[in-house]
Design a binder for this molecule. Structure first.
Ligand code: G6Q
Length: 552
């Protein structure tokens, strides 16, 4: 397998960078009035203005060539055909099947996966309807009012992000809660808000062995059994998993289990039964709309030439900064309070998928892979870290996401939209020393003060951004948006030659935690480095002291 850097097109892109790196976007815009029109793509309710990037037609054509030369079109096809592209786990990556609204057959191991997908969807819809209508009763014959999803990572972030994003579309009676952290505080804080007789617990774990989830689930069951009986569990606990045996061992009836499969990666699973909280909150019709929105993006992705392909374009822009501009991080800034979980969702999607340094052939990569993804809602971010984005020493590309339409149009929304557009403009154009000087002079400041302040009041500009406009935040457009990011991540993984669908990097810490936990429980000592040993001793000493104090 070749390194991408060995391809002639990589060298051509280095030359493109050398030739254009001193061009300023301000001048580029001034020379080219059609630029905004040309660098604009729309899919469904999503429009992306990517004109404020440090690109030109040659660079874009060369980046597309890079995608071709690294085999992007072939790998895309393989994914859609259900091939086992997750080679280290010998699995397909078929989140596209979960939202395949055309219902065309998709085969894994010669078996069409569509019938079982549709069957679980129906099971979810039937259950959701009963809970939403109030026909599903708790042990005191009352309707469910609170739903607690216990799951972590991919079994938490997606449903949580979607339920928050789509709050205006949610069921009026249902309050959604998410418990992920093994820190007892999160479960206890949540339980303090609910009553056992009207609470439904969803234990969401693909493996059903995840320490945090099973520990929290057992604690929730214990809390529940303080007031209810064992037989009542059936009305209050359901499971989402691919491990039926473990679900049954936990005490959940298999008829209350919603299945998904090994070819659904955790961070790509919100479209599967892991999306049960979303189905409960939104109802069948709107959940299907979300799937339709994602399917729309899937169809665009697989059928559109690379040159006009939205996820491919975003992926290539990311590669451009990451590998040719030495930009090591990428900001996600949704200008919408309901999207406040989006940055952390995309953080997992991107960093767990592409935070790798080994190619598919087992060789170490020789170029940078996934950037660090971080972010916060605008306009909050503007009053916190945007300083660094405007005047810091790093060039950090930013995706700004805003919806045109709001369920309640207010003056606040005008302010928000004005701010997001202004930020993108400011990142692009900056403020020259001459402009800063003229402003200060207009304020009547003495010459010496002006000279002192000008460097501080100057903005270099030329800082890239994508403006992602959503017509409205609704189930369909959210589906389209998330599928767009999923495919962007996939394309970047192909270009870097890595497997975006495994996550071995999370294993080592889990293994070591087991050893340390056993040392706490059995009061034994295992060999560690002096730092870890000292930390363990310190904690044990603290526990011992607390126990002794209790007994005094
Ligand atoms: C996601 C990861 C990871 C996973 C969690 C929870 O892609 O695989 O975040 O979702 O570790 O795993 P379980 O669902 O098996 O509990």
């Amino acid at each position: 397998m070749k390194f991408p850097t060995d391809l002639p097109i990589w060298q051509k892109l280095i030359d493109d960078h050398t030739e254009t790196k001193h061009e300023h976007l301000r001048d580029v815009f001034a020379k080219d009035p059609q630029r905004a029109e040309r660098y604009w793509l729309e899919v469904g309710g999503i429009s992306v203005d990517y004109s404020k990037n440090r690109i030109n037609d040659t660079i874009m054509a060369d980046l597309v060539q890079l995608a071709r030369d690294t085999g992007v079109p072939e790998r895309m096809k393989q994914m859609f055909q259900g091939e086992k592209i997750n080679v280290t786990e010998e699995r397909a990556a078929l989140h596209i099947a979960l939202r395949n609204r055309a219902n065309t057959p998709i085969y894994v191991d010669n078996q069409n996966v569509m019938p079982k997908i549709n069957q679980v969807l129906q099971q979810m819809a039937d259950f959701a309807q009963q809970v939403r209508d109030g026909q599903w009763k708790g042990y005191t014959n009352q309707a469910i009012t609170d739903i607690i999803n216990i799951g972590i990572g991919g079994s938490n972030l997606g449903p949580r992000m979607m339920c928050t994003a789509l709050r205006p579309f949610g069921h009026q009676r249902l309050r959604m809660h998410f418990v992920s952290n093994v820190d007892d505080a999160q479960l206890q804080d949540t339980l303090a808000k609910v009553q056992p007789e009207t609470t439904l617990f969803i234990i969401a774990s693909k493996t059903f062995t995840t320490q945090e989830t099973i520990t929290n689930a057992l604690a929730a069951r214990e809390w529940f059994l303080k007031t209810a009986s064992q037989a009542d569990i059936a009305k209050h606990f359901v499971a989402v998993s691919s491990n039926q045996q473990a679900v049954v061992e936990f005490g959940i009836n298999p008829t209350h289990m919603f299945e998904f499969w090994d070819w659904v990666g955790g961070r790509y699973s919100l479209w599967s039964a892991i999306g049960l909280p979303i189905m409960l909150y939104l109802g069948e019709e709107q959940f299907i709309e979300m799937l339709e929105g994602a399917h729309l993006m899937d169809q665009h992705f697989i059928n559109t030439p690379l040159t006009h392909n939205l996820p491919v374009t975003l992926a290539l822009l990311g590669v451009w900064y990451n590998n040719f501009y030495n930009g090591k991080s990428h900001v996600i800034a949704p200008y919408d309070e309901h999207l406040h979980h989006l940055p952390r969702f995309i953080q997992q999607l991107d960093m767990e998928s592409n935070g790798k340094s080994i190619q598919l052939d087992g060789k170490a990569t020789n170029t940078f892979t996934c950037p660090i993804i971080w972010g916060e809602t605008g306009s909050n971010g503007q009053h916190a870290f945007f300083q660094l984005l405007h005047q810091g020493t790093h060039i950090i590309p930013i995706d700004m996401i805003v919806s045109l339409e709001k369920s309640r149009h207010s003056n606040q929304h005008n302010i928000l939209v004005a701010n997001v557009f202004a930020q993108a403009e400011a990142f692009m154009r900056g403020k020259t020393a001459e402009e800063a000087e003229a402003e200060l002079r207009a304020q009547g400041l003495p010459e010496q003060r002006i000279a002192q302040l000008v460097p501080h009041k100057t903005f270099s500009g030329n800082r890239p951004s994508n403006m992602i406009l959503m017509q409205k935040i609704n189930p369909k457009n959210m589906g389209t948006l998330i599928a767009m990011y999923e495919h962007k991540v996939f394309v970047q993984g192909i270009i870097w030659g890595i497997n975006s669908f495994d996550q071995w990097g999370v294993e080592l810490g889990k293994q070591l935690a087991q050893t340390i936990l056993s040392e706490f429980n059995d009061n034994t000592e295992q060999p560690h480095d002096s730092s870890t040993s000292r930390l363990i001793k310190r904690y044990k000493h603290f526990i011992k002291q607390t126990q002794e104090q209790k007994h005094q």
